[in-house]
Design a binder for this molecule. Structure first.
Ligand code: FES
Ligand code: FE2
Length: 364
């Protein structure tokens, strides 16, 4: 049992500001999947702990920049995703893959300007499997940052063959409430009685890899029996765990799969202390050569996975928002308590507070 957490952890501006300062620096943050920026000029825009970053494919290379035009601070990309060059819509400055303006309309009127002094601020980019990470000030390589979580993240995301759903929800709650909700199965019997609970995933084992964590649990006999046929159809899939697997990529990305028959990747993107963008991507896996009948069965299965995931997330969204509302009322005198089943939640809290604390001690 762990206790002693005040509600202000989720609701105070000061705590949120501390997290933004701690995470928008030397930490690698998972921001998108490689297929979201697969072609030249594909881009996505993501908030990364207080600043907006554009992740853009430039001639086959994935680049990331602070989404701010160095001319007069306009957003360079104004849509959440799309396909267009890195051109600011205000006065038309265009940027190359190093972020330096390569075209400045009416350039002589800037009187000998050195474009390299007005480059977009760059972020480091690296990829594990198909998961794309950015980092503003690289202190360690991504492989070191992921440590023992690397093989699992690589295996799960490499199995993501074809995106079959993109589901974005705005949640009126702190990002940590939404992340913590995915880190424990204690709520499953209450919130997901007709959905996730039916997988019969109980018990299982938690594992911790630095700030990251995972949970692996067998499916119930009944659920495994229901999946027997699809299990055989998808026998050639590359990632084949026996049961349910859930991986947290600290601080705010999760990857989940039941027996590797599909994989879902979720990003919890803070947009303020009380607002979170939730992005869920669901992937079909590559099952090798399938007959026409098997392909149809696979498609039906994929559709049911999308439907299932969407139902589960609506159930979770409701409880996350009501927890945030409760935390707002709780005030200074109330403290939460966590069971051993919520060990990954306790670990996440310790690691978030640890990151804020180490920043504090670095700066004092
Ligand atoms: S603000 Fe971007 S071109 Fe002027
Ligand atoms: Fe849930």
């Amino acid at each position: 049992m762990t206790d002693g957490l005040p509600a202000a952890y989720y609701t105070s501006d000061e705590q949120y500001f501390g997290e933004c300062t701690a995470f928008d620096g030397p930490m690698w943050v998972a921001v998108c999947m490689a297929d979201e920026v697969a072609s030249h000029n594909d881009f996505v825009v993501r908030d990364v702990f207080g600043r907006q970053v554009v992740i853009q494919n430039m001639n086959g290379q994935i680049k990331a920049f602070l989404n701010v035009c160095p001319h007069r601070f306009n957003r360079v990309q104004t849509d959440p995703s799309g396909n267009r060059p890195l051109v600011c819509g205000y006065h038309g400055w265009e940027f190359g893959c190093d972020g330096v303006p390569c075209r400045i309309p009416k350039r002589p009127s800037f009187d000998g300007i050195d474009p390299s002094k007005y480059a977009m601020a760059t972020y480091e980019v690296d990829v594990c499997g198909k998961l794309v990470f950015v980092c503003r000030i690289k202190a360690v390589e991504l492989r070191e940052w992921l440590g023992e979580a690397w093989p699992q993240v690589e295996a799960m995301t490499s199995a993501c063959e074809r995106r079959i759903d993109t589901n974005t929800m705005r949640l009126a709650c702190n990002w940590k409430i939404a992340v913590e909700n995915t880190l424990e199965s204690y709520h499953v019997g209450h919130i997901h009685q007709d959905t996730f609970h039916r997988l019969g995933v109980v018990g299982g084992e938690m594992d911790f890899q630095g700030p990251h964590s995972s949970w692996k649990a067998p499916l119930s006999e009944k659920a495994a029996e229901r999946m027997l046929h699809m299990n055989a159809v998808l026998d050639g899939r590359p990632y084949k765990p026996a049961g349910y697997e859930h991986q947290l990529v600290f601080p705010s990305c999760t990857i989940a799969s039941a027996a590797g028959m599909s994989v879902s990747v979720q990003f919890f993107v803070p947009s303020g202390v009380s607002e979170t963008s939730f992005i869920s991507l669901v992937y079909a896996v590559d099952a090798g050569e399938l007959s026409e009948a098997q392909s149809q069965q696979h498609e039906l299965f994929n559709r049911s996975v999308v439907h299932f995931n969407r139902r589960v997330f609506v159930e979770d969204a409701g409880v996350c928002e009501s927890t945030h509302a409760g935390a707002g009322d709780a005030g200074g005198g109330m403290y939460s308590v966590l069971s051993d089943d919520e060990g990954r939640v306790a670990h996440h809290i310790r690691c978030v507070l640890g990151a804020c604390e180490s920043l504090h001690s670095r700066s004092s």
